[in-house]
Design a protein around this ligand. Sequence first.
Ligand code: GLU
Length: 318
Amino acid sequence: MRTPDDWRSTLPVRLSAGLPAHGWRTRFAPAPTGYLHLGHLVNALHVWGIARAFGGAVVLRIEDHDRTRCRPEYEQALLDDLEWLGLAPDVYDLSSFRDDSDTHPARQSNQDARYRAALDRLEERRLVYPCRCTRRDIAQVVPHRPGEEPRYPGTCRHVGVPAEETFARRVRLDDAPFSFVDLRLGALTQTPQQQCGDLLARDRHAQWTYQFAVVVDDITHDIDVVIRGEDLLASTGRQLQLASLLGRTRDIRFLHHTLLVHPDGSKLSKATHDTSLREMRAAGLRADELLGEAARRAGLATVDRLDANDVASLFAGS
Ligand code: GLU
């Protein structure tokens, strides 16, 4: 098991040196597609812990852009879980979401106008084109193994698909490498055009994609530091490229933390009931025991219990 000292010793620079000075913003951005589990709690500990230790503010954002998988009851449940844990956001408090189901500025399903305006700006610069390819079409042209990301080969890039034929829109990405410094992993370079090809911003069902929505929202919410699991590491270059096309000038930093896995190495998921916070709470665990368990399993502390008011201690001296 990793220990707090292992964690600190692998950082390329101290967090205190790599983070902006006081008054910066990070975000906790769960998708309400199921109940929160221990993996989310590990992310929350990094987000709140680093923010509290180094003068940042936590924005809560509900990432429910996927209408087919997200449900209001999961949003209610995650608000209740955060309240029970004692993890209070600094921007958009929990009650603001409970009181506003239609126009909340940090709930993605309420932001159609915001995303449309961003797409319009790119369209004016001829950076957007309609795309009629389905996943199956792409898989036929670009064979890939399950779990592997297919690179969109640009089939509709020069075809001139009529706009009325489909809602799907792609953003042209040029073939440029994007470099960034991850606060845990050091300097990295990704070439999004080689990884994923032109980026899908809206799909044929008129749903905004995660990649598009998250970039527009991180700009809107003035996010300075993105703290998330390393399963999203491959998305970072394309999000930086899109942010630059959208005119983002504010500096943004990233920290991708390790993920919790089951003893057999498989990823935790919302379908994994043994780690759902709800069920652990129902089984009699207290909030400080759950926070302690998440901190231990992430290698951030060796404590049995952790009070939500003490999450900064996990990163003090880092
Ligand atoms: N909504 C994403 C998730 O639940 C997190 C997005 C992000 O941190 O960029 O995994």
